[in-house]
Design a protein. Structure first.
Length: 235
């Protein structure tokens, strides 16, 4: 099987810096983790906060820390560095080859969605962000690999798109419809489609920083096993 990841991100309209940060970390015993953080506020300060969180998480994952421990350690780090005054949401989605499971660690007010040919699950239990409350625990979920599996997570700029224009948040069922109509091969298209839907609701002027991450488990492609990474960084 193969792991595919697609990501789309944009900054709040008229802001040079995006307060969301997303990165990938290769796991020491095989697999890959996607880390998504949304720093409190917008602009450069939020950019620095989310970058601090994600960079620390990448380092810990590379050193072999388990995802729950990563969330707790990064929380303690932010709690100390920012003197309990700055919060940050954090989601880690890991495809772990050692356990052959997708592990999800959530400290976010946005859901993580799992869709397979057999079932759908929406993980949206209430949980605190990191950085502020002394006794913080991540919400942890673990699901076995399944060919065709899609795992989708996003930040609140997506969830609340349209609120300033219409008073209503993005239609969750519309997001689910985008996921259901595509396959595990279409991670880039799904991420871009969800982003385009949110921007449409905001009249192409994002009212907040927005990030979408899509991870999938697919059947092997024919030929040699080649790792690939593609990035586009507009400025």
């Amino acid at each position: 099987m193969e792991i595919k990841i697609g990501m789309a991100k944009t900054a709040k309209y008229a802001n040079e810096y995006c307060g969301d940060t997303c990165d990938l970390a290769e796991r020491p015993h095989g697999g890959i983790s996607a880390i998504i953080a949304d720093g409190q506020g917008n602009g450069l300060a939020a950019h620095h906060t989310s970058g601090l969180v994600v960079n620390r998480a990448v380092q810990l994952i590379g050193e072999g820390a388990r995802d729950g421990a990563v969330a707790r350690t990064v929380h303690d780090y932010l709690y100390a560095m920012k003197d309990r005054k700055v919060s940050c949401t954090l989601t880690v989605i890991s495809a772990d080859l050692e356990s052959e499971t997708v592990v999800i660690s959530r400290n976010s007010n946005c859901p993580t969605i799992v869709v397979t040919p057999e079932y759908e699950s929406v993980y949206d239990d209430e949980v605190a962000p990191i950085g502020v409350h002394r006794h913080m625990k991540p919400r942890m979920y673990e699901v076995p690999f399944s060919p065709g599996m899609l795992v989708v997570s996003y930040t609140d700029g997506i969830a609340h798109a349209g609120r300033k224009q219409t008073g209503h948040d993005a239609d969750f069922e519309k997001i689910m419809d985008i996921i259901r109509k595509n396959t595990a091969e279409d991670v880039d298209f799904i991420a871009r489609s969800i982003m385009e839907y949110a921007l449409f609701l905001d009249k192409e002027k994002a009212s907040d920083d927005m990030t979408v991450v899509v991870l999938s488990i697919t059947e092997d492609s024919p030929g040699a096993k080649i790792e690939e990474l593609k990035a586009v960084y507009p400025f």
